[in-house]
Design a protein around this ligand. Structure first.
Ligand code: CP3
Length: 348
């Protein structure tokens, strides 16, 4: 099989498919007892991320245990920041010891050299590709600059991101300096992964949905557009762009140059198709909490999304956000099996 033959890649480029492909954000994670076992062996989450053998092992678990159509390399959107001097820990949520609060803080950030700071990511990719032997495509990823900036400014998780907004609205030149640095880092990091052999890349902009469309256009869209323009293997390695809480930003997302837009569960697929037409493929968008319902409800809701998208190519099934750590793996298997059986095309 050549790299472009994978079902996932064909769906992303709207080429003929025999059924809808499915993978799950955070599919390698704490809901799997097998993951928890390897994480315990590694010692902690960061040690798991930076140990290629363990990271490759947990990346592959959902392929065999859940039956998804793609593997996403195991890492975190924040780990590359350690390469520019960010003091990062997970407890288990991320904590940054040296948050960005001034121009001096931005200037002291180092230059990112992926082959030096994230050599372990190249090793993880090579190991996964070797162990998978063409069975499934491999997804690489990065955090988008605004979402990375949120963590760097706040120093960790936040409900309201008030310090970030204070910086962006109050000192826009500083915000643009930070966005510019993080954009260069993201392009270099994703191209490093593409060179190492990933088949698709996803840019996670989880927090960009907190901005109005006008502020998104001012502070985010030009940088995301620059990232998608700067990536290698255009037309071969599809580029997915995900924002949580993005209903008001979907037309903007479609203009960034992404091949696929990752929808959260609030988006209505027929309305999205009406608004942006056929320009990009779509990924999503089952409400992650559906997996806490009965298997009958999971099946019914999964089928509804597949039916809403319709029979043409250009849909990758996924949750609308990451899977929760309390989900019963059997429930996820029921979702994946339903996608596989319900989406079979009569002819391709
Ligand atoms: O999808 C996958 O299976 C690949 C691995 C992956 C992780 N994080 C592993 C992880 C990916 C793609 C991410 C992306 C990520 N990380 C995002 C964007 C997607 C999203 O969920 O919005 C964000 C915002 C982060 C930052 C982050 N990392 C948070 C907020 C947390 C804490 C989560 C929690 O529930 O406590 C992490 C830690 C993290 N990243 C875990 C995993 C499996 C849990 C840590 C553990 O196992 O101890």
């Amino acid at each position: 099989m050549t790299d472009t033959d994978h079902l996932l890649i064909r769906a992303a480029f709207k080429k003929p498919i025999e059924r809808t492909p499915v993978w799950v954000m955070r599919q390698a994670g704490r809901y799997l007892p097998e993951y928890r076992e390897v994480r315990d062996k590694a010692g902690n989450f960061l040690k798991l991320c930076t140990n290629p053998d363990f990271a490759a092992e947990v990346s592959l678990q959902p392929l065999d245990i859940i039956g998804v159509d793609a593997v996403i390399m195991f890492s975190d959107i924040l780990t590359p920041l350690m390469g520019i001097g960010v003091d990062l820990d997970f407890v288990p949520g991320p904590v940054i010891g040296n948050p960005i609060r001034s121009e001096q803080d931005i200037h002291s950030l180092g230059t990112f050299q992926p082959e030096e700071s994230t050599a372990y990511v190249g090793d993880i990719i090579h190991l996964i590709l070797k162990q998978m032997d063409g069975r499934a495509p491999l997804i690489g990823f990065a955090g988008a600059p605004f979402t990375l900036a949120c963590y760097m400014v706040e120093g960790g998780n936040s409900k309201i991101y008030s310090k970030t907004i204070k910086l962006f609205f109050g000192e826009p030149e500083l915000a643009h300096q930070l966005m510019d640095k993080l954009t260069t880092l993201t392009i270099d990091y994703l191209n490093y992964q593409i060179d190492a052999g990933v088949h698709m890349v996803q840019l996670f902009d989880t927090w960009a949905g907190i901005l109005s469309a006008a502020d998104y256009e001012r502070y985010v869209q030009p940088y995301v557009t620059r990232i998608f323009r700067g990536l290698k293997k255009q037309g071969v390695v599809p580029r997915v762009y995900y924002i949580n809480g993005s209903c008001h930003l979907i037309p903007n997302m479609a203009e960034t140059g992404a091949d696929v837009i990752g929808l959260d569960w609030r988006a209505n697929i027929p309305q999205v198709k009406n608004a942006i037409g056929d320009r990009v493929a779509l990924q999503g968008n089952l409400d992650p909490n559906t997996l806490f319902c009965s298997i009958d409800v999971i099946k019914e809701r999964t089928k509804l999304i597949l039916d809403q998208f319709g029979p043409e190519s250009g849909h990758i099934f996924n949750l609308g956000h990451g899977i929760d750590k309390q989900v019963n793996p059997e429930h996820l298997i029921a979702m994946v099996d339903t996608v596989k059986s319900h989406s079979v095309r009569k002819s391709t």
